[in-house]
Design a binder for this molecule. Structure first.
Ligand SMILES: [Zn+2]
Length: 325
């Protein structure tokens, strides 16, 4: 019987699943919504439904699922979610919970770490030795590949690049600290800047849309791109600030790690593409030590939305070589 792996990308609003065959092709995809307020059991139930459906397909295709890998937001240590900002998990043994339901080995990791692992195993960073990843969306996630291995640190929180403090007197971040990279360079940070400019009386392009919508307005990457294309000065400034703070953070990371590659991914990077990376690079050169950018390439993620799924696959591959896949 042919072997297969189930990969999961668990998020605050949805869980994505994919069934991979032995040649690393996606045989089937499955998606379910997750709602943090519905509680721990309901979320596990949604994850289980995705797995059950993929197992059904595996059985029909005469494949045996030998392992499940998952990328999950938050701090993960040895299969336990110590903390996650968007789901009600606190010291939650997610890997064990799934294992006991399906009797299949489960390995989990932080979603940004896992996404970088995806690029390292199956994407743009294949065969690199030291690589850093920045994933920019609603927040800013990061990951470090050091000596050809994902580096998770002592507690599993290495690579929390989004919470590097860049301004100790800056705005309060979701993590409780102040002036984090994420407060400036995420879609949330960009939205905050636009809102502040509107409060100061500026005629930003999003003014009417924001006035008509309640405080839970979600800024989409496509809207940011459109405002830039329309020449909205507020958005141009917001994106320039985002690029500047990202550039400073990348520069500090280069100074510390001296990687051969920096991978940029996430919804905002995908929408703005190479122009945004070039904008970031300008600041990296300004704020890094001389020579730090030499022999270091700046690359866009090639796996896009699938980076986490391919990373979950890579996580399984690197943890369970003995399983025969
Ligand atoms: Zn923070």
């Amino acid at each position: 019987m042919k072997k297969a792996i189930i990969a999961l990308d668990v998020g605050g609003t949805k869980v994505l699943g994919a069934l991979f065959d032995e040649e690393f092709n996606i045989i089937q995809r499955k998606k379910k919504t997750t709602k943090a307020y519905e509680g721990v059991d309901k979320i596990l139930n949604q994850i289980s439904k995705v797995i059950a459906k993929l197992l059904e397909t595996a059985e029909e295709s005469e494949m045996e699922v030998v392992a499940i890998g998952a990328g999950v937001p938050g701090v993960i240590k040895e299969g336990v979610v110590l903390f996650t900002p968007n789901l009600p998990w606190n010291h939650y043994p997610l890997a064990n919970e799934i294992e006991s339901l399906f009797n299949i080995p489960v390995v989990i990791g932080n979603d940004a770490n896992v996404s970088l692992l995806g690029e390292w195993g199956h994407g743009i960073a294949k065969d690199t030795v030291n690589t850093v990843g920045f994933f920019v969306g609603t927040g800013v996630g990061g990951g470090l590949i050091l000596n050809s291995k994902i580096y998770t640190g002592n507690m599993g929180l290495a690579g929390e690049i989004g919470h590097i403090t860049l301004n100790p007197d800056g705005i309060i971040c979701g993590c409780g600290s102040r002036g984090c990279l994420e407060s400036y360079s995420s879609k949330t940070g960009i939205l905050k800047y636009i809102q502040s400019q509107i409060r100061h009386g500026r005629d930003c392009q999003l003014k009417e849309e924001l006035a008509e919508n309640s405080s839970d307005y979600i800024l989409r990457s496509s809207v940011i791109k459109e405002a830039l294309e329309n020449g909205d000065p507020c958005m141009r400034e917001a994106v320039e600030i985002a690029a500047k703070y990202l550039g400073i953070s990348v520069a500090s990371t280069l100074n510390m790690i001296n990687p051969e590659m920096v991978v940029f991914g996430g919804g905002l990077v995908e929408a703005l593409g190479n122009d945004f990376v070039e904008q970031i690079k300008k600041h990296v050169i300004l704020y890094s030590v001389p020579h730090a950018t030499e022999e270091c390439t700046f690359q866009l993620s090639v796996l896009g939305d699938d980076a986490c799924l391919y990373g979950a696959l890579t996580l399984v591959e690197s943890n369970m070589i003995s399983s025969g896949i």
